[in-house]
Design a protein around this ligand. Structure first.
Ligand code: NAD
Ligand code: MG
Length: 398
């Protein structure tokens, strides 16, 4: 019909829809109903929240990862008169990441629990909005290879990697790049000595100065392991050697990261600290759309500060660099031990300083092996969790 234009909507599967990233993504999606529709939503176990999202966004499929919650999801959908199909379990996550009902997948599950669905999206050649950094740390080489083989486009959502993606040449060339500079806020304990961190509580660790995030990544930010995971993530996403990836502390979290070129140019991406910018970029790429984020007011920002990270107070960052240099299964061991340690800290079983100690002792107790195969990496992840749990038991009994 003259004058009418039909634009194909992007159909999005959101894995981890009830989380911090998931809800920021849904906020952006809701601003653009003419562009986006929600094909699938998943949650770990919070069925009531998932049902509310289903009522609002009307996905074709909803998945609860915890199989025991299947009945509650199915009955809740029926009670609301929704046509959404209910599925449960880890395989169902792979199904919604890989099936043809969506063309875009947001990988926003926390932890290595997201690796299988992230890879399923890559295998299906989807546009992959990648927030789940642990899956890159665990299986970065496999993920990048799979995405290349199947034509999946990975759009990094982690704010630093999103910034770098925006500042690198669009043709994929790296010839003129000297260094990547990842900015770090320094977390809530920036400037403090190691000794002063002995009695930190989970709520103190989760009170991030600039970002509101899930509890696991908040603790990672407080230990600087988040930046360590991000160094490994950057290595895989952008193909640069560890010595070309540096971390600079920038407490204001306005410069999200920088690329240093051989001619002396340094390109940076700036913005208010709000994940909706990266999510809008990934959702609409290569176009730009409104994200709901307020414009940056440079004159209201008094100053930008920069400092080198304190590796004495925050040894997790050094452990991550070491694991990246060792390669093979070392990053998988680092990630698994960190997940065990952070869960124990959040449960009140392990002191804050015990997090890096447990990771270090798990790495020391296991011999990293070469690994180019997902099965080997997943087996190593399981073994490292058992080793860390055993060492945790000994630390707690002492
Ligand atoms: P969150 O804890 O707020 O949400 C996690 C989501 O994953 C929830 O929907 C939860 O239901 C789901 N989930 C948890 N365990 C699961 C399991 N075993 N199986 C299936 N689903 C499971 O976390 P978040 O802060 O949104 O972070 C999500 C991911 O994005 C993490 O990898 C994090 O490192 C990364 N990330 C987050 C931010 C941020 O600002 N929050 C920024 C950069 C990167
Ligand atoms: Mg980040």
């Amino acid at each position: 019909m003259a004058g009418s234009l039909t634009i194909d909507k992007r159909r999005i599967a959101l894995l981890g829809a009830t989380g911090s990233i998931g809800s920021s993504a849904l906020d952006v999606i809701a601003r653009h109903p003419e562009r986006f529709e929600v094909a699938a939503l998943s949650a770990h176990s919070r069925v009531d929240e998932l049902l509310e999202l289903c009522a609002r966004f009307r996905p074709e499929t909803a998945v609860v990862a915890d199989e025991e919650k299947y009945g509650a999801l199915r009955d809740g959908l029926a009670a609301r008169g929704l046509a959404t199909r209910a599925l449960a379990g880890a395989d169902a996550l792979d199904e919604i990441a890989g099936d043809e009902r969506s063309d875009t997948v947001l990988a926003a599950i926390v932890g290595a629990a997201g690796v299988s669905s992230t890879l399923a999206a890559a295998r299906a050649g989807k546009r992959l909005l990648l927030a789940n950094k642990e899956s890159v740390v665990l299986a970065g080489a496999v993920l990048m290879r799979t995405a290349a083989e199947h034509g999946a486009r990975i759009l990094p959502i982690d704010s630093e990697h999103n910034a770098i993606y925006q500042c690198l040449p669009a043709d994929g060339s790296r010839g003129g790049v000297r260094r990547l500079l990842l900015t770090a806020s320094g977390g809530p304990f920036r400037g403090r000595s190691r000794a002063s961190l002995a009695d930190i509580t989970p709520d103190q660790a989760c009170a991030h100065p600039n970002w509101v995030m899930g509890r696991k990544i908040s603790v990672d930010s407080a230990t600087l392991m988040n930046k360590g995971l991000e160094v490994i993530e950057a290595h895989h996403l952008f193909g640069l050697a560890p010595e070309c990836i540096e971390v600079v502390v920038h407490p204001q979290s306005v410069i999200h990261s920088l690329v240093d070129y051989v001619d002396g140019s340094v390109l940076a991406q700036l913005g208010n600290p709000d994940m909706r910018t990266a999510l809008a970029y990934g959702l609409a790429w290569p176009e730009r759309i409104d994200s709901g984020v307020a414009p940056l007011d440079l004159t209201a920002l008094a100053r930008f500060d920069f400092a080198a990270p304190d590796l004495q107070a925050f040894p997790c960052l050094a452990l991550a660099y070491e694991a990246l240099r060792t390669g093979g299964t070392a990053p998988a061991i680092l990630n698994a031990a960190n997940e065990v340690a952070v869960a124990a800290f959040l449960a009140g079983q392990l002191p804050f300083l015990g997090i890096s100690a447990l990771i270090e002792s798990t790495l020391a107790a296991m011999s990293p092996e070469p690994a180019d195969d997902l099965a080997v990496l997943i087996a190593c992840d399981g073994q490292a969790r058992r080793q860390a749990t055993e060492l945790l038991g000994r630390m707690v009994r002492q």
